[in-house]
Each structure stands twice: as C-alpha cells, then as structure tokens.
Design a protein. Structure first.
Length: 338
C-alpha cells in the first residue's frame, strides 16, 4: 500500500510502499477513502511539541474508510462498515477520566497518527472500540474534517457553555474555525470571526458570522470591545499573542477557551492576574472530543446543520499541501483522497 511516512523531523515526508497491515485482536483494517490534513499532523511531522512521536510513523487522524477485515474478538464492527479514525485511538477504559465521560484525558491513551500509525495511507488498522461509525448521508470527504476539526470545535463550544445571544469570538477561521462558528451559531451565539486573511473572513460571512475582524488591519481587541466585548473567545490560532488578544477582548465574566497548540518554540502565553481576577475571567483548556461527541457531530451534519469547506488533494502531494497550510494558502481544510 502507499503511505506518507515521517522519517525525520527535519525532512519532508516520504511517500513509500508498505505492506498492508493485518488487524490484531480487537482491531479492524480500514481501507482509507479520505483523510484530512490537520495542523497537528504538521506539528507531529516537525516534532514541535514536548512529547514527540517516534519516527518512522504515518501521520493522519482524520481518516475515514471502509472496514475490510476484523481481528479476533471484534463483534460490534463488521466488514463493509464506514468508520472514522479520530485522534483518540485508544484509552484504558477504566480510569476515573474514562468512566466519567472524559476519555480524552486518559493518561494511557494512544493517539492516531502520533503514537500509532495513522491514516495518511491506503490502509490503516485501528482499535475497533474507537473506530466511530459514519452515518449514511455524510460523505467521506465531509466526514474526514469532522473527525477532528469538527469534534474539537464542537467540544470547545460545549465546554464554553455558550448561551443564546452571547457574543462568541472565534480567533482563527480556517479548518477548525469555519466549523466552530457554525456550532456557536447552532446554540444561539452571536459570532465574531477574527482572522488575518480576507478570504477566510469572506468564508466566515458566507457561513453566517455576524461580525468579522481583520486582525492584520485593525486591533481585534478594540474592535471586539466596540461591540460590547466577547462573552466567549475560542482560540484556534497557534500564536501565544493571539491568546492574549482573545483574553483582553473578553467582557466581565467571560470565558477564554484555549484550543490551538503552538510549537514549543513559541513560548508561553502571558496571563495578567489582575484583570483575570477582577473581571471574573475563566480560562478553559479544551482537547478534542469523545466518541459520543463525534457521533453527535456526524448526526448534526447528516441533518444538514453544518457545512464543511474543504479541497481535495492526492496523497502524493502531501508535502506541497503542508507547505500551503503553513503559508496560509488554503481557506479551510485539505482532504487527501488516496
């Protein structure tokens, strides 16, 4: 099979031939139909984070495809099922986080495309328990970005506790942000989209954003304050300064939801103590979503409540696609179709 492989953190990915893997006990073999390119895949390929994957490995955690074989003991997935392979590739299932509905905090978790080979390939094996069914009416092309960009921002809006008519500022309107603004609107939020690219702000307007702010040409803090301040700010960018701007844009009682993960070299975010305390600001970290969250994301999309903006590429073009994401030459998501 063809696979895009990280062999070194300082070299481009290599597209090579590998043997089709066999599913082990409790696993399924999935023929990949589509796989989204997430910024996390780029961080993985470059070794940007403190806990690094071990080359060689296959990135990709927005994989969608058809089950072609099942390992021993698999009873709830069958050949022919369409499933998604999300970031949470495995969790222990018995720690206090797992049993209380926070499996994404499990300390024994394995992550697709990071600690286990992912979906930048024609085939992938996955833990059958964590391969999430994709319902009829959701195409592989749409399901792929929903598997991470969708469930991550859906969870962020959930944990923010957005209430109807609250102002929600989305900082970074790309692959994740274009979905975040839709989820914020679904729960009744008034959405302010913030980005530095006019094309992305035009997309945000088309998707229903109530206000747009170009942070390249105007001060986003002043612009949001002029609207009354944000009740919630969801940060999807990977620059610490943007987190600081988002915090400063909040009105009293506001909630800052941190989602984007900057490279280790970017340094920390400054958290001013006095305004945080005196304004009663909450700072919330939100990391992807559970299998149940993803099932809800798929259900909403199947009902026509969300729209995925994506362009398709060939897996052979993986390095050019990564460069396009890093140079902001894409409006939303790139999806590889092997």
């Amino acid at each position: 099979m063809k696979a895009a492989v990280v062999t070194s953190f300082t070299e481009p990915l290599t597209v090579e031939e590998r043997a089709v893997p066999d599913p082990g006990p409790g696993q399924v073999l999935v023929r990949i139909e589509a796989s989204g390119l997430c910024h996390t895949d780029i961080h993985a390929a470059h070794g940007d984070w403190p806990v690094k994957p071990t080359p060689p490995f296959v990135p990709g955690h927005e994989g969608v495809g058809i089950v072609e074989a099942v390992g021993d003991g698999v009873r709830h997935r069958a050949v022919g099922d369409r499933v998604a392979l999300p970031w949470l590739g495995h969790a222990c299932g018995h720690c206090d986080h797992c049993v209380s509905g926070w499996e994404t905090l499990c300390e024994e978790q394995q992550n697709t495309g990071y600690s286990i080979d992912g979906s930048f390939a024609e085939y992938a094996v996955a833990d059958a328990d964590y391969a999430v069914p994709v319902p009829d009416g959701v195409s592989p092309r749409d399901a792929a970005p929903l598997t991470c960009a969708g469930v991550t921002t859906y969870k962020a809006v959930k944990v923010a506790g957005v209430r109807p008519a609250e102002r929600v500022a989305i900082f970074g309107v790309g692959g994740l942000g274009h979905l975040a603004l839709q989820y914020a609107r679904l729960v009744g939020g008034t959405v302010i989209a913030v980005d530095v690219e006019d094309a992305k702000l035009e997309m945000a307007t088309d998707l229903g954003a109530d206000h747009v702010v170009n942070a390249r040409t105007e001060d986003p803090v002043a612009a949001i304050e002029a609207l009354g301040g944000a009740d919630v700010a969801v940060v999807l960018a990977v620059i610490p300064q943007v987190f600081e701007q988002a915090l400063a844009s909040l009105r009293r009682g506001g909630r800052l939801v941190c989602v984007g993960l900057p490279p280790e070299t970017e340094g920390p975010m400054a958290l001013p103590i006095f305004p945080t305390v005196l304004k009663g600001i909450s700072v919330i970290g939100s990391i992807v979503g559970t299998r149940q969250d993803l099932a809800e994301v798929f259900e909403l999309h199947a009902r026509g409540r969300t729209r995925v903006v994506a362009e398709t590429r060939r897996l052979d073009d993986v390095n050019a696609a990564i460069d396009d994401v890093l140079q902001a030459r894409t409006t939303a998501r790139i999806v590889f179709e092997p």
